[in-house]
Structures are given as C-alpha cells and as structure tokens.
Ligand binder design. Sequence first.
Ligand code: ZN
Length: 552
Amino acid sequence: MNARAKTGKAAVRPAQADGPVIYDSTLRDGAQALGVTFSQPGKIRFAHLMDEFGVPYLEGGFAGSNERDMQFFRDAAKERFSQIRLVAFGATRRVGGSCKDDPLVQALLKAGTPAAAIYGKAWKLHVAEVLRTSEAENLDMISETVAHLRGHGRTVHFDAEHFFDGYKDDPEYALEAVGRAFEAGAESVTLCDTNGGTLPHEIFAVVSAVRGRFPDDLIGIHAHNDCGLAVANPLEAFRAGARMVQGCMNGFGERAGNANLTTIIPALQLKLGAAAVPPEKLATPRPLSRAVADLANQRPDPRAPYVGDAAFSHKAGTHVSGVRRNPATFEHVPPESVGNERHVVLSELSGASNVLYRLKQAGAGAADLSRDEVKRIVRELKEREAEGYSFESADASFRILVQKALRAHKPFFELEGFRVIVEKRGGGQPCLSEATVKIRVGDHAEITAGESVNGPVDALDKALRKALSQFYPEIAKIVLTDFRVRILDPKEATGATTRVLIESTDGEKRWGTVGVSPNLIEAAWQALLDSVEYKLLGSARAPERPSRRRAR
Ligand SMILES: [Zn+2]
C-alpha cells in the first residue's frame, strides 16, 4: 500500500489554495550562522512566535547530532502549538546498512516530532565521491529511509541535496531520486541549491521540468545566498510551480546565509498575490524580525528589505518632498503593510522639506512656522551636524534643538556644575564611580551625589535625577535603556570627538538623545540632560516646591 495514502497529502494546508507552504529552518540551518545562538528557552519562544505568525512547518534541529537539539524536541513536546508542525532533521540511512540499525534514523524517530526531514543525494558526483557507493544503492537509501519513517507514522520531507548541480550533470538520475522519494511516501521533495550557486533563470527552468514530471506532488525549494540570490531563487521556483518554500528568519544561515523568509513572505504576498501566511498576519514581519534578532543575539540589520530601520527612510530632500505629496513616489509598498513605518532621515542632504516633515510627524505645528523660522532650524541643524551630532535616532534632541532655534526653549533648571571621580582600590576591587551634581531650580539650589559600579555616566545619571526629582517627581520614572558611544575621528584616537547616543523610556514612551564632545563624560552628560528635558517638555508644568528646601 502506498504509505502516503494512509494519512493523505492534505495534512498541512497553505494559507490559500495553491499558495506557498512555508517551511522554517531557522533553528537548524539558520542556527549554523556565524554568531547566531539561541538559548533553549529562546528556541521555544521562537517556535511560538512562528506558530502565531502562521508558519506550518518548523525544523527544530538535527536529530541525533547533538544533545541540545534533542533537548529542544523534548521541551517542545510539552508545549501547545495551535498549528505549527515540528520537523526533526536527519539523513538517509548509511551505505550498506539498514534503517532499524541506523543511529541517526532512529534518532529521527526518538525526536517524537510529527514530521521528519531527511536529506539525500541527487548528484552522481556526490554518490561516487562522497558516499562512495553505487547509483542504485543511493536510490535504495532514499526509498528505504522514507518508507521506514512513513511506516512509523511520520510525515516525511525529502531534501534533494545539490539538486541543481545534479540535474545539470544528469537530469534523469536527479529526477529518479525525486521519484523514489515520492513513491516511498514523501509528502514533499525539496530541491536544494546547497552551495547557492544557481541563477534564477536556471532555477525556473529546472523547477519547471521537475514540476512537469511530478505535476501532482509538492515540490519545495531550499536556497542559499552565496550569489545574493536566495530571495530571487525561491520566487522563481514558486513561479515555476514549487509550492514549499524553505528559509530562515532574517536570512540567518551558514556562509552568506539562507533564503530570507522576512523578505520572501512579503514578496510572495504583496508582489505575487500568494498568501504565505494568513493575510492578517502580514503586518508582523518587522516586529517578528526584531524579536528573532533579539533571541539570536544579533543586531537587527538596518538595511533589511521591508523590515529594516532604513527600509522606508528618506534622506534626500527631493525624495522627502515627493513622499510628503504622495508616498507612492518613492515607496514600493506602504510601510504599514509589513509592520514598518516611514522615517525621514535628517542629514546634510536635508533641507527645509525634511525638517517640515519631521516636525509634522512629531506633532509640532509645522504649519505655524514662518519661512524664516524654518530656515533658522535648518541652519542650526546643519551646524550641529557639522560638529558631529546625529539626530537620526535622537528625536528628543531634535525637538529640543527646534525649541532652541525658535528661542522658545525655557530651561527647567540651571546647571552650576558637576564632578566625577573614578576610583579603583586594588586589582581585585570593582571600579567605583562617584558623581556630584549642583543644579538650581528658581531660587533653590541642590547638590546631590550618586554612586555606581556601572561607570561614571550611571553615577552622573543617578545624581542628576536625585537632584531633580525633588522638583519634578516624574523624573524618577526614566530608565536608560541603551547607551552607544561612537568615536567620530578614530585617526586622532583619544583626541577625537565622541558622540554618545542614549535611549530612555518612562515605561510608556521611548526617546533618543545625543551629545557630542571631545570628552566622553561631557557628551554623555549632554545626552542625559536632553533626555530629562524632553521628559519635562512632555509634562510641561511648573516645578513642585521641594519638600526639603536648601535655598542658598
Ligand atoms: Zn541549507
């Protein structure tokens, strides 16, 4: 009896009839990327995120290759998923052996997942040189392993390794490998461009030929990015009739990476009208991509298509005025369609239109400004940028700059001075920082000290907030969430200018501020001041009378 007939082929439905079936390999192929690491709880969290996203298949790891991957399968078995099917990855049985004595095939069963994926050879060169066996034995290894796993109730996916090279070498043999997997009951056969060297037109031609031979079966594509084509190739494969698309979130993977699902899914959905995930989930790629980057301990790529910070950023003045009139002038899809947002970058290229747009976005009545006022803001901005300031992720400092340029800035307090001491009492001791801050609010002066083992900036922050919270209790809610230091002219080493970017939150809003100085502490201090001022601007009210007055 055909093993496939037992459970039928419709176990997993794409989001739309004849739409793509997404197969995520982030935890297996993606986790092999340089610098990518997932903790065990992180992997479980990832599986839930993909489940919510509406991805049907998730490859959890290489069964039997290491204890960590097996642990994932044990942990995942205790979780409840609404639709995702976990897949354990492995290989065809060994040359000359039997499936029931093969430790890796048995590990696939031990993983306890509803589905198993095995890779096998479709290229005669690999059969002869890597397996060192006969072409017939290789085909038997495929049939027997698929049938064995099917016999144990697993849905089986067969990955035909180096398929495109194999097809170029001997199309009949490569097709025979595919046919043997289907005959033995494989749910899908995925054509792998294992070394990432195939071009899109070749992908289209070969997938079309395979589709011609197996018109009713589920054909998949597994692409690598060695030629920068790991998005283009799956799209061509899909157009040629492949319906399973394998890939990794954020394009994680060995060498130049895997097919990037964060790009492919929106492209399938928005460009080819093929629902890869339920349509209501499409607005999640950006937050999802960032969550995955966090889980993998990677910085999000700002230039990532669709989901990156820069994907809908406009910098050149003419682009900005175009987007203001009609976003379609410089945007291929609306940023909201993938959960991203339009961002207007301030830079030396930006002119008045850029500033106006940013003001409007920040809700600061740009319409009320005269031409002269706008010119003043632009001039101020350019001067600051020439000194090394960067306002691209420092919206709060930008708002304060505008206030100052318009001479509408009323300081909430005056600084009389600060002092920072850094002390280390012996090799094994922590480095202690102590800061003293002297401020004046109206008639009241305040001197406070702050201490920290986390460095002088933290000590300064503590001292400043202690001083100010007497007058402005809401200051206590501010938490610094990020602190980034850039040396602007590295050639001059310690003589160089330092730019400090700080991110703060009060639990509801987030804002960024910037400071620049040859002195790191002073640069940080400026960014701290802007952060506090911005918070006070938001609440915009008179200071409270301090309970403990220390008028001088
Ligand atoms: Zn791969």
